[in-house]
Design a protein. Sequence first.
Length: 329
Amino acid sequence: PPQKIIFSGIQPTGVPHLGNYLGALHHWKRMQDEAEESTRLFFSVVDLHAITVPRPKGLLKQWKREMVAALLAIGLNPAQSTIFYQSMVPAHSELQWILSCTASTGYLSRMTQWKHGLFSYPILQAADILVHRATHVPVGEDQRQHLEFARECVTNFNHAYGVSHLVAPSTILSPAKRVMSLTNPLQKMSKSDPDPRSRILLTDAADVITSKIKSSLTDSVNSVSWDPVGRPGVANLLTLLSHLDGEEGRKGGRTAAELGEGEFAGKPLIDLKMRVAELVNAELQPVRERFHEFMAQEEHLDSVIRDGAMKARESAENTMKDVREAVEL
Ligand code: ADP
Ligand code: NA
């Protein structure tokens, strides 16, 4: 079988929140731990994507380091997983340009997220994946179409140059459900929410976590039931519980519905909130401690970043040699 190559990226926009952790990072760590010896894993801090939106001056460098420290803190091991800054591997941008020359604009203009003309963004995302010849790309439901676009870039490029140098990736959907905002359970937990109490950061202290969960928006019914449409705040707490207690979808784990209709049915909301707070704290405490340790180890962070860039450049150059030859560059 062809070598399995896993690629995923995350924007450096500060310390990750619980949604990033349960929806993406935790899953990355599991893939690393379950990977066979021959599997290669690339996790990119995609700083070139981050500069497409305005941001406060002077923070990007810090956010990038925080993201690397967070990736190490959740348990990514640089000996197994290549962690690197996208901008330190210029082949990502080079392949983006080359792909844009054969990309189909019809597809781009149909992509719902990019109606406003930022065509280069999805092409760079495609290049991120293709430049490492990734075979497996874990993405959330909302990013599925980007992967389809990357496949189309492969078809277009290989057809235009009569080669088969690029490899079409398959999807791995992240199994996690969305974590919703603690202050508005109809919106996903997000770092762009102006209300800091809407999200739990990996660096939040235990008492802050407990307080945010205790005051999370539920409703006026004071007992637990499973009603995701009528009671989204309660459903969100049950979903969190299912992620943390027995891991939904895995052997022995219970789904949010099972928890809401079983163990917690009819219980006071505060019991559910305190249990969620307890489990979130148990999960994040070691992550938080390691995060602060890694942030203090400046030289170690520098060497992780340097080594990651070296390995990622080597992987990208392998692909680019073939690509440049095909394009006659
Ligand atoms: P944000 O929405 O906070 O800007 P990003 O869009 O940068 O987060 O997402 C980074 C990763 O985290 C993606 O893989 C995304 O699917 C995942 N993610 C983000 N928010 C959530 C959430 N609320 N629940 C589950 N996964 C999430
Ligand atoms: Na987002």
